[in-house]
Design a protein around this ligand. Structure first.
Ligand code: GP9
Ligand code: MN
Length: 636
């Protein structure tokens, strides 16, 4: 092919502009980033540039044209892969990729159905720049210049790049003060410093947390312990030990949000069985209870339940800190004579469970190998909930008692696929396929829970058990706001999105006859102390951030992993304080003391986990006779 002669560095300039524009168009089409003003719009446009100038600019040091072209092409491919992967990830998690997630290779294999469901053929667009760079390298012949001008030009180029980066940071700092020091919201980071710089920042943060463990000593534990002790809530004497010695069955209800409870879809009741439980005399139904998970989804909810600590801000703590020492609920139960196990018909390695359960002192994991999955018993992510529950009860019959089993359901998982025979209600009609099908899989899960209760009664285990059921996290992400708005007949605001994170909690204690609907504002962090207290196990010395929901002193204060929060009067989200009653924006001062406290609690949780501080706890309690006494009285 005859090449056209263009000025020096044309290919480099073309490559930078091509990737810059592809990135920007990618931002606008594949991510749902809220832009409030022209300055923010400008920062978003500008933010890929400094990074691209820098990486592509390295080509200026490469002497041969051939090598330089290969380098430019490689950069364009890598940046395209970064954008493409983020887009696919975003569709599912509504978030940008953070490094620890990339190391979750096991998960990615299993997640493949979600990943493929989230890959669109239009994603080929992310590689437009690769094509342009390729054509440019083939078609353009550059003029040459003298070595001296080359050197001067190079210097100037990198000075300008650094200057542009500083301008970008300066504008970002004006828009979001203390962005890099305080903010952990990935969307804000990407909006302000760009995807590429964000990934470098993420790398920095992650290595820092590795260093944190190495640097931690027992001293931070004392501070965290003082805070936790000061916030300890005495159990309600009427409830403490109300289920002493009974089996504990916790059920993680996949993606179940509270809005479906006691609600209808086009005249169809969505959760008839659970609705009955809300009025049942043996059930406490919590209608103001929130999930507190982050990127680790189900695994985060398990982590919170076990430890009453938050998961990690980036990635899943089940992966990043599976080697830590924990003081889990399973451990406490084991010390009190319980056979602790988890039942979940999925691969052992998913969410790194096999490794993490060891650290959590879970004695047995009934994974997919423990189940017989016959023809027609599998859908979507794996075994259907009904046969799963049926077989789980069979397995329970052989367990030593008292046992503690956590059953993790699966059918109501995105993308909410179901076979025709299991569709007990029709689909909804909106622009969101996910929401349309969600009602049907929720309805199926409700049926499965009913089957479980019946089987448990038949097995004779029911009377000597308590059943605690909770939604693990949201099922319908903010990407479906439009369809949700149609269903709820209102426009969904960030305030509504926060409120939509409510998941149902049922505490079913056969024979207690005091059950009622409870509206105490509470969350998953409260599960551990609540359950242990019901069993008559003291938690006063435990490093937990949640509190017993039945405690008369339980505080109405709920913190999300990302720093959003809910109190009895306000909701704080996206740096806006809302009046809880009206959903209208209100004075930030109302939220401020809580924002501060939320930061303190999240920080203690992070310190404990990143520093692996609980490994120092036993050493310290040896010097603390109080703790030893408690352990003794518990084991009696
Ligand atoms: C997988 C199941 C679902 O085993 O727990 O995980 P999720 O994607 O909901 O976190
Ligand atoms: Mn889940």
């Amino acid at each position: 092919m005859k090449k056209i002669v263009w000025p020096k560095h044309s290919v480099l300039v073309i490559a930078i502009v091509a990737t810059w524009l592809t990135t920007y168009v990618g931002y606008k089409t594949s991510f749902n980033m809220k832009i409030d003003n022209t300055m923010q719009a400008f920062i978003l446009f500008l933010n890929p540039l400094s990074f691209l100038l820098f990486v592509y600019g390295i080509a200026l040091f490469i002497k041969t044209v051939k090598r330089r072209n290969i380098y430019l092409l490689t950069v364009s491919i890598l940046t395209s892969i970064v954008m493409f992967s983020n887009a696919v990830f975003y569709r599912f998690f509504n978030d940008f990729i953070t490094l620890p997630v990339l190391f979750q290779t096991n998960n990615f294999r299993d997640l493949s159905s979600s990943v493929t469901a989230n890959m669109y053929w239009t994603d080929i667009f992310f590689f437009t720049d690769v094509l342009i760079v390729y054509l440019a390298t083939r078609m353009i012949q550059e003029k040459t210049s003298a070595t001296t001008t080359r050197k001067v030009g190079r210097k100037l180029y990198f000075i300008m790049t650094a200057a542009l980066f500083m301008v970008n940071l300066g504008l970002a700092e004006m828009e979001r003060p203390q962005l890099l020091t305080r903010s952990f919201d990935r969307e804000l980071l990407v909006k302000n410093i760009g995807t590429y710089n964000y990934h470098i920042y993420d790398l920095f943060i992650q290595s820092k947390s590795h260093a944190q463990r190495a640097l931690a000593d027992g001293s931070e534990l004392v501070e965290a312990r003082n805070y936790i002790n000061a916030n300890y809530k005495e159990p309600n004497p009427d409830m403490f030990g109300a289920a002493k010695g009974r089996n504990v069955i916790t059920i993680s209800l996949e993606s179940l949000q509270n809005f479906v409870i006691n609600n209808e879809m086009d005249g169809h009741v969505i959760t008839p069985f659970l609705n009955e439980l809300t009025k049942d005399k043996d059930t406490f139904y919590f209608n103001n209870f929130y999930h507190q998970t982050g990127l680790g989804k189900t695994s985060d909810s398990e982590f919170i339940l076990e430890n009453s600590l938050f998961g990690r801000n980036g990635g899943a703590v089940f992966f990043t800190n599976s080697g830590n020492t924990y003081q889990s609920m399973s451990k406490r139960l084991g010390e009190n004579g319980y056979f602790t196990n988890v039942m979940h018909a999925n691969n052992r390695s998913f969410w790194n469970r096999d490794i993490m359960y060891n650290s959590l002192d879970t004695q047995k994991f009934y994974d997919v190998e423990s189940y017989e999955i016959e023809e027609g018993q599998s859908v979507n992510w794996g075994m259907k909930d009904i046969p799963f529950f049926e077989q789980s009860v069979e397995l329970m019959k052989d367990m030593p008692q008292p046992f503690s089993s956590r059953l993790i359901t699966l059918t109501n998982h995105y993308p909410f696929d179901l076979e025709e025979e299991d569709m007990l209600i029709p689909a909804y009609t909106s622009n969101s396929n996910a929401l349309n099908k969600y009602f049907q899989t929720v309805r199926y899960m409700d049926e499965a829970v009913k089957v479980f209760f019946d089987k448990l009664k038949e097995s004779g285990l029911y009377d000597n058990s308590i059943i605690v059921m909770y939604g693990d996290h949201y099922g319908i992400s903010e990407n479906h706001n439009k369809a949700m708005g149609m269903y709820m007949d209102k426009e969904i605001t960030p305030y509504d999105n926060a409120i939509l994170q409510k998941v149902p909690l049922f505490v079913h204690i056969p024979g207690i006859e005091q059950g009622k609907e409870m509206d105490e504002l509470s969350g998953q962090m409260d599960l551990r102390p609540t359950i242990l207290h019901l069993l008559g196990i003291d938690t006063k010395e435990d490093m937990q951030l949640g509190a017993d929901i039945f405690s008369p002193n339980h505080e109405p204060f709920l913190i999300f992993r990302d720093g959003r929060l809910v109190t009895d009067k306000n909701v704080y989200t996206q740096e806006v304080c809302y009046d809880k009653e009206t959903g209208e924006e209100t004075d930030l001062a109302e939220c401020e003391p809580f924002i501060e406290r939320a930061a303190v609690e999240l920080n203690y949780s992070d310190l404990i986990i990143n520093g692996d501080l609980l490994r120092f706890k036993d050493e310290q309690s040896e010097q603390n006779p109080n703790e030893t006494e408690l352990k003794d009285s518990n084991s009696k």
